[in-house]
Design a protein around this ligand. Structure first.
Ligand code: ADP
Ligand code: MG
Length: 245
């Protein structure tokens, strides 16, 4: 890659009708960075992630991905999206497919790779997330933590260059949060570039290179997690942290 950053966002703006949701967002994510996005509900975190994945289209500004300014007029967004894995709060597994089939689906049908190869890689990914014994099980038989680990394996199956996580543990029972966070931590340690919307401040402190605080559609403060959590510079960051810590 010619550029040192994986994603550079410049002056990104996005509205839904009259509602201005993202306001002049500037953010840079370098290769192997883990960025945690924090902020109150409604501050625009999910919309920002969805713009990074081109699930939402920006109104103005630039999204430069791996050195290329991506525009819907000039790029096949489906192709770009293959490089950007996404994990949601509510898993979104295919209920009528087994765990293995869920992980094989995208590489098999989108990338049109051979079934043998895709199966081998899917099995490897399930081993990695600790679910080899669940290959032939349907999602309804899994715990929330297991479902989320399948969702992570499924996203990884497309060999993305970056993984986006939108509150991946918010829907889980407290006792199942740890297994998902430790899977994410392993991924980070392997050098995966990650942007994670999370309320898990412990995870952010331990794993993230950067913490980004959003308020009302703007990035208010960016810092190393320890600095941002212990010594917020902005009053709004301080108030938010007081409310969640
Ligand atoms: P967060 O993830 O930080 O809670 P969101 O990005 O989901 O925030 O939402 C930011 C604001 O945009 C909220 O007011 C929300 O209601 C609004 N919003 C999000 N998606 C849409 C949409 N598709 N249509 C209209 N309004 C939306
Ligand atoms: Mg959200």
């Amino acid at each position: 890659m010619s550029e040192s950053y994986m994603i550079k966002v410049e002056k990104l703006n996005k509205s839904f009708g009259d509602l201005h949701v993202l306001k002049d967002i500037d953010i840079t994510v370098k290769e192997s960075d883990v960025v945690c996005l924090i902020g109150a509900s409604g501050s625009g975190k999910s919309t920002l992630l969805r713009c990074l994945n081109f699930l939402e289209l920006k109104d103005s500004g630039n999204i430069i991905f791996e050195g290329e300014k991506v525009e819907k007029e000039t790029h096949d967004l489906n192709k770009v999206r293959e490089k950007v894995g996404m994990v949601f709060q509510h898993f979104h597994l295919f209920p009528h497919m087994t765990v293995l089939e869920n992980v094989m689906e995208a590489p098999l049908h989108v990338k049109k790779l051979s079934k043998d190869q895709v199966k081998k890689e899917a099995q490897e990914l399930l081993r990695k997330v600790g679910l080899s014994d669940k290959e032939n099980v349907y999602p309804s038989k899994l715990s929330g933590g297991q479902k989320q680990r399948v969702a992570i394996a499924r996203a990884l199956a497309m060999k993305p260059d970056i993984m986006l996580f939108d509150e991946p543990t918010s829907a889980l029972d407290p006792e199942l949060v740890g297994e998902v966070l430790s899977t994410m931590k392993e991924l980070a340690e392997e050098g995966m570039t990650m942007v994670v919307v999370t309320h898990e401040m412990g995870f952010a402190k331990e794993v993230a290179d950067w913490a980004v605080y959003m308020h009302d559609g703007r990035i208010v403060e960016v810092g190393h997690p320890e600095d941002l959590f212990n010594n917020p510079k902005e009053e709004r960051t301080k108030n938010f942290l007081d409310s969640v810590l």
